[in-house]
Design a protein around this ligand. Structure first.
Ligand SMILES: C[S@@+](CC[C@H](N)C(=O)[O-])C[C@H]1O[C@@H](n2cnc3c(N)ncnc32)[C@H](O)[C@@H]1O
Length: 224
């Protein structure tokens, strides 16, 4: 994993820089603030409040360091929500790197320890992290992922289109859309005309919502 190194973002939280891709795993304006604003705030908690639900399933494209999982699971524990979390990850990070992220500073000690203890097992089966949360990570490329299940919320956290255009193609977005329930929410940190048009054509209603620090707007799409 020599092509990976740590970088500190503007809010003091760490991210990983991938030299092969030429991009960070998170916004350089703050990894933690991006995770909380885009995925937790505009995705998960928006869905739960809107639908008045106490149980939710999340599918993340690009599990990476697990920051979005940790922030989501911590929120669910504090709010008595049951969370079933699935991540798709083509190039898993090793446990040692995950343990060096210092993301323990943002969640309970119990959650952090359980996540680290189950991290490797989660690539083979669904793991119980605590009374309320499970996690499973599927080591596959997005287009090779398949499931009989559909999910309430999709976190689309791919590298930016300038670095990995294929993740934002009609083929990729058509594929991921199959796994979202009617009324389910798709969120991502970015927004472009192409992305809006594609999601609309796939049967979603589109919202431009305020973006995380460093971005004016981001996309939230709801499956009609
Ligand atoms: C922007 S980073 C995601 C950061 C992650 N959510 C986190 O909090 O650390 C993009 C992730 O997508 C993964 N990835 C790249 N190509 C992929 C593919 N074809 N299918 C699934 N994941 C892929 C990368 O390995 C990386 O972990």
């Amino acid at each position: 994993m020599e092509h990976l190194s740590f970088a500190i973002t503007s809010d003091g939280s760490k991210t990983i820089f991938n030299e092969q891709v030429g991009e960070n795993y998170h916004s350089r304006h703050g990894a933690l603030q991006e995770s909380k604003h885009v995925f937790l705030g505009s995705g998960l908690s928006y869905f739960l409040e809107n639908k008045k639900k106490k149980k939710v399933s999340v599918l993340e494209v690009g599990f990476g360091t697990g920051l979005n999982f940790l922030v989501s699971a911590d929120y669910c524990v504090r709010n008595e929500i049951e969370l079933d979390y699935f991540g798709i990850e083509a190039f898993p990070l090793n446990k040692e790197l995950i343990s060096q992220t210092a993301y323990n500073e943002y969640v309970s000690e119990e959650l952090w320890n359980s996540f680290l203890n189950h991290y490797q097992e989660a690539f083979h089966q669904k793991c119980i992290i605590n009374n309320q949360c499970t996690v499973q990570i599927i080591e596959k490329k997005l287009l090779d992922f398949s499931s009989n299940d559909q999910f309430d919320v999709i976190y689309f956290d791919a590298f930016a289109a300038i670095h990995q255009a294929e993740m934002w193609s009609l083929e990729s977005l058509t594929h991921i859309s199959k796994f979202i329930k009617t009324g389910g929410v798709f969120v991502t940190y970015a927004i472009t005309g192409d992305l809006k048009r594609t999601m609309k054509s796939l049967g979603f209603s589109i919202e431009k919502v305020p973006g995380a620090a460093g971005k004016r707007e981001m996309l939230r799409a709801t499956k009609l």
